[in-house]
Design a protein around this ligand. Structure first.
Ligand code: TYD
Length: 132
């Protein structure tokens, strides 16, 4: 399956690094929600769901982690370990996050507000809907 990578504009100098993400320009949607995930135990596994309509972009802004992406036909594993390269989490992509480094911080940008109705949290249900 095709992974959509998102290069993120950054400015680096002796005073530090600045990363800027603009909706529409750097990611293919207007940003309605931002959330960040941190303090994951190394053995944790997060995500384990797909969204019906919501599109998201995932960035690992510190440390490293792995993403499993699954479109119902193919699976891919992606290592995110660089704040200047994110990935798209498109609708109907089952995703799981794991192998978190101790310092890992993930930022997710979404095109809609939080809506539990948009989640598919059952893998069998996901496969059924994805293969329609
Ligand atoms: P969840 O999406 O299951 O987290 P992850 O995919 O990282 O494992 O969300 C965990 C909890 O946080 C759940 O109770 C819903 C809540 N939540 C919000 O309140 N707002 C949000 O924007 C998100 C993404 C989750």
């Amino acid at each position: 399956m095709e992974i959509k990578y998102l290069p993120i504009t950054h400015k680096q100098n002796a005073a530090g690094s600045l990363f800027a993400v603009e909706g529409i320009n750097d990611i293919p949607f207007a940003i309605a929600r931002v959330y960040y995930i941190l303090d994951m135990p190394i053995a944790a596994r997060r995500g384990k769901h797909a969204h019906i309509k919501i599109s998201q972009a995932a960035l690992c802004i510190r440390g490293a982690c792995k993403f499993l992406l699954d479109d119902g036909k193919e699976k891919a594993e992606v290592i995110l370990d660089n704040p200047s390269l994110g990935i798209m989490l498109e609708p109907m992509i089952w995703h799981e996050m794991y192998d978190f480094s101790k310092d890992c911080i993930i930022v997710i940008l979404a095109d809609a507000h939080y809506d539990e109705q948009d989640y598919i949290r059952d893998y069998t249900e996901f496969l059924h809907k994805a293969q329609k």
